[in-house]
Design a protein around this ligand. Structure first.
Ligand code: DHB
Length: 306
């Protein structure tokens, strides 16, 4: 049997390798998910879906900076009723875990959407409690430990599947928020979502994005995300997924050493295409082999050991 140094078990989900598609990057169709799976992803996280369809903000919704992208789409999505069909169809053709990202405006809404996603076949849900700019959801929930705990408890009570909680870096102490999440029952912590940011057009003297502020992603946020994973690892004992500006195997290994059990890739897909998952997996494998490790698990959190 061929040795697989790369397989991991994430709260009961079996991944062939520790790379995952980050939420928010690609649409909602089975076809796009299949393309990502063919590119070598170990698991997929969908764009965030809510109870009702939403058209999102007016254009422009994305702007490029010299260090990353700033986006403020406004959570456009087809609503869970419509998306449930795509979840079922995707599960019929895809053989890697499918994690559905969800949002709501109340704890009950999060729980309802989570239940519908799980019933349709989602292997886990990831709670978006960290979108930096849509009012009354996202980080407006994830920045307040008490409200966040209520959301997590309601979702946990509603679904028999693992609950991932994706945290915002736009907080005073991400460690306290991570601890509160785990107290409330979070099975996995995903860190981090985008960093609140903006860009201004000097000719018109106006903010570029229609929403004025958005979330920064890409290489600029990698050191911030890495620090967050490192800090969270010292305070919780559930698996952490590292996310934020990962572009190559070297970035991925840094996150594993900081304490991430898996990593998510988003913005880099725009420039490197879906085969980035295979490239990063090969790089991690070569690193493990060169250093004499037998599995990914052996290097998770290694930078904390003296
Ligand atoms: C959106 C942007 C984000 O950075 C995020 O975390 C969630 C949603 C959006 O604009 O749709």
């Amino acid at each position: 049997m061929k040795e697989n140094r790369l397989g991991i078990n994430l709260a009961g989900l079996k991944l062939q390798n520790p790379t995952m598609l980050a939420s928010g990057i690609l649409g909602y169709t089975t076809e796009t998910f299949k393309n990502i799976a063919d590119g070598g992803a170990g698991a997929i996280v969908t764009k965030s879906v809510g109870l009702k369809p939403r058209s999102g903000y007016a254009n422009p919704t994305v702007t490029q900076t010299n260090c990353g992208l700033i986006n403020a789409m406004g959570l456009p999505n087809p609503g869970i009723e419509e998306f449930a069909k795509e979840i079922s169809e995707t599960k019929n053709v895809l053989h890697i875990p499918l994690i559905v990202s969800i949002y709501g405006f109340t704890a009950e809404e999060y729980a309802t959407v989570a239940k519908k996603a799980a019933t349709a076949g989602a292997d886990a849900v990831e709670l978006n409690v960290s979108c930096p700019h849509v009012k009354e959801t996202g980080s407006e929930i994830g920045q307040k430990a008490e409200i966040l705990k209520e959301v997590i408890k309601k979702v946990k009570a509603a679904v028999p599947k693992p609950v991932f909680v994706k945290l915002s870096p736009n907080v005073t102490s991400i460690m306290e928020i991570a601890e509160a999440s785990v107290d409330a029952g979070a099975d996995v912590i995903t860190a981090i979502n985008t960093v609140k940011a903006m860009a201004i057009d000097v000719e018109t003297a106006k903010p570029i994005l229609s929403n004025k502020v958005g979330g920064l992603s890409g290489p600029a946020i990698k050191p911030i995300a890495l620090r967050c994973v490192y800090e969270i690892y010292q305070h919780v004992n559930v698996p952490i997924i590292g996310c934020g500006g990962i572009t190559n195997w070297h970035d991925a290994v840094e996150f594993l050493l900081a304490g991430a059990s898996a990593i998510q890739i988003g913005t880099a897909i725009a420039t490197k295409g879906s085969n980035i998952f295979k490239a990063i997996t090969r790089g991690i494998d070569a690193y493990l082999k060169r250093k004499g490790f037998r599995s990914v698990d052996e290097i998770v959190g290694l930078s904390h050991k003296s």
